[in-house]
Design a protein around this ligand. Structure first.
Ligand SMILES: *Cc1c(COP(=O)(O)O)cnc(C)c1O
Length: 360
């Protein structure tokens, strides 16, 4: 059996050590005679798995007791509705920054519940650059300020955390959580779908400052009410137990790698190598302003779109999978999350160089 280098944007590669551990524990988790999948979520065993995962995540990300950590379901997209339902409270409007497709989806959903002020947009730059915060039209009356630190599809990433004063800052960290250190105390709420840097799809991790709990509108579905989920330790209903367990294994793996600081060094090196190669080539191009280039998702085009098919075919043959860009952007995209080894990036660069030499 050989494992490919999978550049999929999500569900993405998981660390091989984690998959092997899950495999070895599949039929019998530590002498219980059961798979984690078959355990009661109320059992001592599963409660320990769940609590350990939360503890490890708190340690890795530096999450203080001022925050609740929720393991919810419905992916990051369900949070596009949960956030306005829970956080608008008495206020009538929220501020949103538009940096690409994921922010637009969050904006569209929030508009169903209140007034959305798009306080800044990357649209004028063709989503290649982020407007300086001095030009944003934020309001001190907003219920919260929402932004997408890393646009997974466009490959546009903030290199700063916006200042939001007393307005809670809300971030969709789906594709960049745990890829480098982050000062959680600057945020009111962080959410992340699991399938990029955490574990299997469906699970979504929500980190919320406790003073923001308890403001949900009365029509908020119980399953989306952060207070209810927090009061029940994310077990108001049956949680996504197996995904939660796998997330826990990923957190342990991250700790063994040296935590988010070690990940940051590795990720910045991986990204720099690939961007340097693209910039040094006259066959490949990436459109994003250098300072806002994503460390995790690197879109690139070939000088001739007519060669895209051949490029992908040759990549597949070498076990370099899922490099096709999102349908809305075209070209290619290499997603290189925490679990993508540096050797995967090296193999990609080598293939790109050979392809350009032969076909360019
Ligand atoms: C993948 C992704 C989403 C959507 O996640 P789902 O779990 O599929 O709902 C939302 N935001 C960002 C930034 C993403 O990368």
């Amino acid at each position: 059996m050989s494992r490919a280098f999978n550049f999929c944007a999500g569900p993405a590669m998981l660390p091989e050590a984690v998959l092997k551990q899950a495999q070895s524990e599949m039929l019998d988790w530590r002498g219980t005679g059961m798979s984690v999948m078959e355990m009661s979520h109320r059992s001592d065993e599963f409660v320990e798995i769940a609590e350990t995962a939360e503890k490890d995540l708190r340690e890795l990300a530096g999450i203080s007791d001022d925050y609740a950590v929720l393991f919810m379901q419905g992916g990051a997209s369900s949070q596009f509705s949960s956030i306005p339902l829970n956080l608008l409270g008495e206020k009538t409007s929220a501020d949103y920054v538009n940096t690409g497709i994921w922010s637009k989806k969050a904006i569209a959903e929030a508009k169903r519940y209140g007034n959305v002020n798009v306080v800044a947009s990357a649209e004028d730059s063709g989503f290649a650059s982020i407007p300086d915060q001095s030009a944003w039209t934020t309001s001190a009356d907003a219920a919260y300020l929402h932004y997408t630190p890393n646009e997974t599809i466009g490959g546009l990433e903030f290199d700063f955390v916006p200042e939001s004063g007393s307005v809670p800052l809300v971030a969709d960290l789906s594709s960049t959580i745990l890829s480098r250190p982050l000062d959680v105390s600057k945020f009111g709420l962080i959410y992340a779908g699991a399938q990029k840097n955490i574990g299997p799809s469906g699970l979504v991790v929500v980190i919320i400052r406790k003073d923001l709990l308890g403001k949900a509108r009365k029509e908020t579905p119980t399953m989306m009410n952060y207070q209810v989920i927090a009061d029940n330790d994310s077990m108001y209903n049956t949680p996504a137990t197996y995904s939660w367990y796998l997330a826990g294994l990923v957190f342990q793996w991250l700790k063994e790698q040296g935590g988010v600081q070690a990940m940051a060094e590795l990720n910045s090196r991986k990204a720099k190598k690939l961007y340097d190669f693209i910039d040094g080539s006259d066959f490949y191009a990436n459109p994003i302003a250098a300072r806002f280039r994503s460390w995790m998702n690197i879109p690139f085009t070939l000088a001739d779109d007519g060669l895209n098919g051949a490029f992908l075919k040759g990549a597949d043959a070498r076990g370099l999978l899922n490099l096709k860009g999102h349908r809305s952007v075209g070209g290619m995209r290499a997603s290189i999350y925490n679990a993508m080894p540096e050797a995967g990036v090296d193999a990609l660069i080598q293939y790109m160089a050979e392809f350009a030499k032969e076909r360019g």
